[in-house]
Design a protein around this ligand. Sequence first.
Ligand SMILES: O=C([O-])[C@@H](O)[C@@H](O)[C@H](O)[C@@H](O)C(=O)[O-]
Ligand SMILES: [Mg+2]
Length: 434
Amino acid sequence: MKKKTGPRIKEMHITPIAVTDPPLLNAAGLHAPYALRTIVELITDDGISGLSEIPGTSAIDAALYEARPLLIGKDIFQLNEIRQILVSHFGTESMANRGATPWDQRKLVHIFSAVEVACLDIMGKVVGRPVVDLLGGKMRDFVPFSAYLFYKYEGAGGELAFDTDPNASGWAAARQASGLTPDEIVTQAKAMCQEFGFQSIKLKGGVFEPRQEVDAIFALREAFGPDVPLRIDPNALWEVGTAIKYGKEMESVLEYLEDPVRGQVNMAQVRKALKTPLATNMCTTSFEDIPHSIALGSEDIILSDHHFWGGLRASMNLVSVCETFGRGLSMHSNSHVGISLAAMVHLGAALPTLPYALDTHYPWQSEEVLVGGRIKFENGAVEVPKEPGLGVELDREALARLHKNYISCGLTQRDDLVEMRKVVPDWEFKLVRW
Ligand SMILES: O=C([O-])[C@@H](O)[C@@H](O)[C@H](O)[C@@H](O)C(=O)[O-]
Ligand SMILES: [Mg+2]
């Protein structure tokens, strides 16, 4: 019998896009009026298209262009070989390549995740199965997400930047409102939960001095009651003593405390002092970090992210590590549109257990690159697509429009520090602030 090879990659399209993003605040500074993503489309020799989305920077886009000739002609089922080719070309990256910002700057993991997700999308179409089935099968029909609150300046982002659209209503109006005080954070939470049905809440912290942020957590508890799990994420900006002091104060109200301090050693120290579980997307972010994580006991929950862990299958491998060493597993996010969300939903559906609702920035974005527009949430969850592959289709006009935004906005990388300096000229990036 003739051995079947292929389908093979014939074309690889790399399209950077810029989507409107409101002036959200974080430990590093401020979100720019546009968030950058890169959409990758692989097309096979038999005309099947596979999609993926990754955080966009000109450096990662350049690396994708560099990878393209190495990938053309490759069989989309041979992911092990494809990964090896990319590793040989780009070399492995150490923890240091992640960088100290709340987002991850490594190239190889991003590129392989882009290629892997698009190949899985194609594989699903070839075999007539959703991606979740290629990850071992569906454990749930809906994947729950958590409300992700941000301190923010008034403004809608995009051309409106710090301005607001007077005709906006519902969540669109709340999305552009100022969110600086505990009361405004509660208002933001109510509007977001009402629109999307979220049943747990995360507050991005590390913006104001801890007292103010802890007060916001207690205001949320008062407004939502004990049945809505709460989390806060200061993105490693607190000192160990600060984390222990406020961690103890919040012990009765937090589901978990995310990255209160920087590095595995400090996390382990805080973990020993608190009853609240600690979660991370900053100190244990690759397989290379696992031995120290286990030796030190730096966290209880790893917030995986297929863009940073090198794809969906790598994230499934992380399941075994977490099961073996008693770590919980949930998911981190960054500003994104629907292709990343669909990939997260397939992965979330395949995880053996899902004790924590996943993070998503999706409510903060308003544009989409998909036919059918924005993905719907029901009671805070997204239904797992049943169609072959990722179950999403590219809206080429929307893609072209958002690519035009990318060209005209002039941004080439995420730099929240630079954005913050436009508002607070003497703003400094700090590894530890309080
Ligand atoms: O979007 C942001 O500002 C967040 O701070 C993001 O960059 C982080 O990566 C993230 O969501 C987190 O959980 O640390
Ligand atoms: Mg985090």
